[in-house]
Design a protein around this ligand. Structure first.
Ligand code: 2IT
Length: 449
């Protein structure tokens, strides 16, 4: 491998050993882009890679709120403005008890290359808090969001940094966050945040965009194999907004999601989670903050398997991990390979260990990386920003067509980049290279900082 790339990876492994998720993503991306650095010796002179692994700015702040019993509660908030070379910082906010600096940094790093891949002018960012909305009342969530935004509002803006949702942050939280921003600033700058409700500048198709985009990308992968989506059985981990979008689009196209999992087990629904009634049930389950997937099995007469995972089930064509990071390690990868499934498309950010990816690839599974597959979400967020800045709204058909074009573009760019570097059909290397190239070029042209 390229000497300079090796040197920077070793530097990150050593300096950030206490941030394992961040180290993992740097290893994955920089291993892929080593051939690009071979062709561009000027990158080493500009120390481009060591600059790329340091966020332009990252801060943490105190968030204090009052719970329903009148107790004072204290959480930590974060925002990492990782890279602004190609546009205003852009990326979601995650509210979950396991949020820490390593998670936010890895997500911000990934976001930088993902956002570049969309072709939209957006830089990379991520933020969040160790606050967990599960089990909290509406009032508690509102007070937390107001306090969070009070700490953050001076550092964001429609041309500065544009947050959005992620795990634990949906339209309800976005509403409270934007309301507090407007109250503090005294301006209607709704381009400051995306994933908004339709009544105050949200975009049609944004709630569905990540899941729909993943399926559009999948269709490109299938086309390459002279295969089609009709009749395919899909296993999806997670049952959040992203999984819901996948189920909905898969059903429209004649495929079905037959497995779905939560943290306490999984369900197997042979008929597919396809009817409007079932899809609505998923939404309601989500909104109720319930982690009880068994209720789905009871309601629709299928099986719930407590405390088990479905990796390796032998009646699955396509695996789509869509819950969170590090879902699939070597043990799961071995089961997936043994099951005979052909396709593994990452949807959540970094769901797979680097070793597991290598193992699946070398055993003939077609693996696609999350930063390409899930990019439709942030891509449509960028379309929401465009609509806000022009004070107009596009129709569902218009946004959906743009999303589809974006996903086809991401797929094509990835295939082309891997081919250009003699790497064959490699969606992971290609996605990393294509995302990296634009950010690298913009940084090189903007001088040293
Ligand atoms: O991981 C992601 O791309 C997101 N959570 C969406 C970010 C966004 O700005 O819409």
């Amino acid at each position: 491998m390229n000497k300079y790339v090796e040197e920077v990876i070793a530097y990150v492994e050593n300096k950030y050993a206490h941030q394992p998720e961040f180290v993992q993503t740097v290893e994955e991306v920089f291993t892929s882009i080593a051939p690009v650095v071979d062709r561009h010796p000027e990158y080493e002179k500009a120390d481009l890679l060591r600059r790329m692994v340091e966020p332009e700015r990252m801060f943490r702040f105190r968030v204090v709120w009052t719970d329903d019993q009148g107790n004072t509660r204290t959480n930590v908030g974060y925002r990492c403005q990782f890279n602004g070379a190609i546009g205003p910082y852009k990326g979601g906010l995650r509210f979950r008890d396991n949020v820490n600096e390593s998670l936010i940094k890895f997500l911000g790093f990934e976001q930088t290359f993902k956002n570049s891949l969309t072709g939209q002018p957006i830089g990379g960012a991520k933020g969040g808090s160790d606050f967990d909305p599960a089990g909290k009342s509406d009032g508690e969530i509102m007070r937390f969001c107001q306090s969070f935004m009070t700490a953050l509002y001076r550092y964001i803006g429609p041309d500065i940094d544009v947050p959005a949702g992620d795990i634990g942050v949906g339209s309800r939280e976005i509403g409270y966050l934007y309301g507090q921003y407007r109250r503090l600033k005294g301006t209607f700058e709704n381009g400051v945040i995306t994933g908004k409700g339709l009544s105050y500048g949200g975009s049609l198709i944004r709630p569905e965009a990540t899941g729909y985009g993943a399926i559009y990308y999948l269709q490109e992968v299938l086309k390459h194999e002279n295969d089609t989506i009709g009749g395919k059985k899909i296993a999806v981990s997670g049952y959040g907004n992203v999984s819901w979008g996948i189920m909905k689009k898969a059903a429209q196209l004649g495929a079905k999601v037959t497995y779905m999992s939560g943290s306490a087990g999984y369900i197997h629904d042979e008929e597919g989670i396809s009817t409007p009634e079932k899809l609505q049930f998923i939404l309601d389950l989500r909104a109720s903050n319930s982690k009880d997937l068994k209720s789905y099995a009871d309601r629709f007469g299928c099986e719930f398997y407590p405390n088990q995972t479905f990796w390796g089930a032998d009646d699955v064509d396509i695996y789509m991990p869509a819950a969170t990071q590090n879902e699939v390690g070597m043990e799961e990868a071995k089961k997936i390979v043994a099951s005979g499934a052909r396709y593994y498309l990452e949807v959540s950010n970094m769901p797979t260990s680097n070793k597991a990816i290598e193992y699946m690839k070398s055993n003939g599974i077609i693996v696609a990386p999350s930063k390409a597959v899930n990019a439709g979400g942030v891509g449509v967020s960028a379309l929401e920003m465009s609509q806000n800045s022009e004070r107009l709204s596009w129709t569902e058909e218009e946004v959906d067509a743009m999303l589809k074009r974006m996903m086809k573009g991401i797929y094509a760019k990835s295939v082309e980049a891997a081919k250009r570097y003699g790497l064959g059909y490699d969606l992971i290397a290609g996605g990393n290279i294509a995302g990296f190239e634009k950010v690298a070029e913009a940084m090189m042209e903007q001088g040293l900082f």
